[in-house]
Design a protein around this ligand. Structure first.
Ligand code: GTR
Length: 363
């Protein structure tokens, strides 16, 4: 049934090199990975900038008795220097008090607050996780202005065809928060997730694809140009997204949107770049603009990468899952719940449950 649907969509093969030869084993996939990285950067998000020349942290505020005294909350400003240009952005860390290192989330969010409607900080810390979060627009505004926040570190106003768009820049900021996380003895560095919802779910996939320090890559309701297969997708299309949000992407994606079908790739290429780590894709039944079925299909197709690397990938039942389904039997996770476009308590609960399950597995 799934294969029939996929046949109709005419999806490019993840496992075929640009010269037409096939990926036959894990070693081949590592070579293919370099092609995949080039494809998604050149054609869609723009090249992810290199790490900064210098980075310092300023502590703005702290509360050692947060959440009934069970967690330590700190507000930070990160100062970054690239080729003599200095910029900064703010983030918040909330770390539960624990005798042993704790797993953590790096969340890109729509507000600077922690907690916030998409960020149930107390539930997260009570579950034994730390959470580091930043406001995407605080890092650089969610618009076509490339003079705000960190954007001038990478552009002097001219945007080359493969220059990073805002998604690539927010992903770069998540990597910088990860640089900080990696210095903390309180954190279990082998168990850090990057997570985002919607446009920031697209961003989480990009951050996870290009930064292997993120063991878990969680993309919630990310839809078009995120986890959803573009070919045959309902709801938002590449034509619409590049018209409304051209600044999220590199100029090449915008200029070539009409010939997308000839570009020889689709969104499963991006998801596959998180292999063999753990990728988690979440959908919502009523989120037809994002298109749950297309999010599932891309996850299903990307799974080939895990199998090439000797992992299980997604364990599905051979059908498009209907709500509520949680496919958590393999090392690729997919869930579809009832309801609309949202990063809910229910989503967080499933993600934390699965991470705990995977952590016990590798102990
Ligand atoms: C919508 C956009 C989607 C999704 C969403 C969001 O307007 O069309 O691709 O990213 O915004 O980020 O909330």
């Amino acid at each position: 049934m799934i294969d029939k649907i996929l046949k109709k969509r005419g999806v490019p093969s993840l496992m075929t090199f640009l010269d037409g030869s096939k990926v036959k084993n894990a070693e081949d996939f590592e070579k293919r990975r370099e092609e995949l990285k080039r494809i998604v950067q050149e054609k869609e998000y723009g090249y992810i900038p290199a790490p900064p020349d210098d980075m310092t942290l300023e502590l703005l505020a702290e509360n050692e008795n947060f959440c009934a005294g069970k967690a330590h909350r700190r507000e930070w400003r990160m100062h970054l220097t690239v080729k003599g240009i200095q910029r900064s952005f703010d983030f918040i860390s909330v770390i539960p008090k624990s005798k042993t290192p704790v797993p953590a989330f790096v969340l890109m969010n729509f507000t600077p607050d922690s907690p916030d409607k998409y960020l149930p900080t107390e539930e997260i810390t009570d579950s034994g996780f730390a959470v580091f979060s930043f406001h995407h627009s605080g890092a650089t505004t969610d618009d076509g202005d490339f003079t705000t926040g960190v954007a001038p570190l990478f552009t002097n106003g001219e945007r080359e065809p493969h220059a990073p768009g805002k998604i690539a820049m927010w992903a770069w900021c998540a990597m910088r928060v990860m640089d900080h996380v990696m210095t903390l003895p309180e954190i279990d560095k082998d168990n850090v997730a990057v997570i985002g919802h919607s446009r920031l779910g697209k961003t989480a996939l990009v951050a996870g694809a290009f930064d292997e320090r993120f063991k878990y890559v969680i993309s919630n309701d990310s839809g078009c140009s995120g986890a959803a297969l573009t070919r045959g997708k309902c709801g938002e299309t590449v034509e619409v997204i590049t018209r409304v949000f051209p600044f999220w992407f590199c100029p090449y994606y915008v200029e070539n949107q009409a010939s997308f079908l000839e570009e020889g790739y689709d969104q499963h290429f991006l998801i596959a770049l998180s292999a063999p780590r753990v990728v988690m894709i979440g959908s919502a039944k009523e989120d037809l603009w994002a298109d749950p079925e297309s999010e599932f299909l891309a996850t299903y197709l990307a799974s080939e990468a895990w199998r090439a690397l000797g992992k299980q990938g997604l364990i599905s039942h051979g059908e498009i899952p209907s709500p509520k389904s949680v496919l958590d039997g393999g090392d690729v996770f997919y869930q579809v719940r009832f309801g609309t476009h949202y990063l809910s308590r229910e989503d967080w609960g499933e993600y934390m449950r699965y991470i705990k399950k995977m952590m016990n597995k590798s102990l």
